[in-house]
Design a protein around this ligand. Structure first.
Ligand code: BTN
Length: 325
């Protein structure tokens, strides 16, 4: 067994019994490692700051860790991957944009399930050429490589699926369900909690790959945001009044993506409708062709938004910016 997988197997057992003692021989048996390998294998995680305790009478325990992470923890806690037996995490201290890293990997034939997260991005980007503020304090910046079996005209499904998975993950970690503002914003009380940037490569009318870039505001305080976005943004910590581990959010996100990718799109579409901020409302929609008003009344099977214009005509919209009127 490669060390990474062996370590992930050990951490899987310890995270499953968080804050309880586990017998070393039971831990070794459940992780399929030799009992004498347990302590040396766990030593680097102890040094990295995971609160692991060894009892003289042959027991081990892991207490709730601080806001640190490692690839083995992510693998340990995301047992089912996409496109392979597991997710393949790469965690960086700093990069220009995690989506650039994932795109580069896509070009090198990396498999679906490659996932890259960074503590800080120096050129984080959002939709429509906007900047995504990515300071080291507080945000989760992550990009996931997928190779979905979708026609190009169904690419909108990924935006819906990604935003529902983000809402699922926030609910699992922070205990509240944010609303989804079409096409790609996660909002709480009209402030932005997260966003999604999908980049795709077409090949013969289908998707060769898609990079799902996700930014979630986890532990920012109001003053962590620049004055330009301070009044428009929020974070899990601001909403719940307590700090959260970025690793918990990443694990919840990957597990939600796995679950949503394995279910019929109709179910995700229903979950989207239940969390949508603007469904059924009168909205103003700006696209490259100008601004139109009407009622957003649903999604079509390809993931495009259905807008009933004031003229009664139905417009199928795949991209744009939406505001409630
Ligand atoms: C938006 O709301 O406009 C989308 C924001 C997406 C931000 C994420 S952070 C991780 C990934 N890397 C980037 O440069 N952007 C996405």
């Amino acid at each position: 067994m490669a060390d990474r997988e062996r370590d992930a197997a050990l951490l899987h057992v310890l995270f499953g019994s968080l804050e309880s003692w586990v017998g070393t021989s039971e831990l070794a048996r459940r992780a399929a490692v030799a009992p004498e390998d347990v302590a040396p294998a766990l030593a680097p995680y102890l040094r990295a700051g995971y609160p692991i305790e060894f009892h003289p009478q042959g027991r081990v325990r892991l207490d709730a860790p601080p806001d640190i992470w490692c690839a083995e923890e992510i693998m340990a806690r995301c047992p089912t991957g996409v496109g392979g037996p597991s997710w393949e995490p790469l965690l960086l201290a700093e990069t220009a944009s995690t989506s650039d890293v994932a795109r580069e990997q896509a070009g090198r034939n990396a498999r679906a399930g490659f996932v890259v997260a960074a503590t800080r991005q120096t050129r984080g980007r959002g939709r429509l050429g906007r900047t995504w503020e990515s300071p080291p304090a507080g945000g989760l910046y992550v990009s996931v490589l997928l190779r979905p079996d979708l026609a190009l005209r169904e690419a909108g499904r990924l935006t819906i699926l990604g935003s529902v998975a983000m809402a699922d993950a926030v609910e699992a970690v922070a205990g509240f369900r944010p609303q989804i503002k079409w096409p790609n914003d996660l909002v709480v009380e009209r402030r932005k909690l997260g966003g999604l940037l999908i980049e795709t490569e077409p090949r013969s009318g289908r998707l060769a790959w898609a990079v799902v870039g996700i930014g979630v505001n986890v532990n920012q305080q109001p003053e962590s945001f620049s004055p330009a976005v301070r009044d428009l943004a929020t974070s899990l910590q601001i909403v719940t009044g307590r700090a959260h581990r970025r690793a918990d959010m990443l694990v919840a996100l990957l597990n939600a993506l796995t679950a949503r990718l394995s279910q019929p799109f109709d179910e995700t579409r229903r979950a989207w409708a239940a969390s949508s901020l603007t469904l059924g409302q009168r909205v103003s929609l700006t696209t490259l062709r100008g601004t139109k008003q009407g009622q957003a009344f649903g999604l079509d099977p390809s993931g495009a938004l259905l807008l009933r214009l004031d003229s009664g005509e139905v417009e199928v919209v795949t991209a744009g910016d939406m505001q409630a009127c």
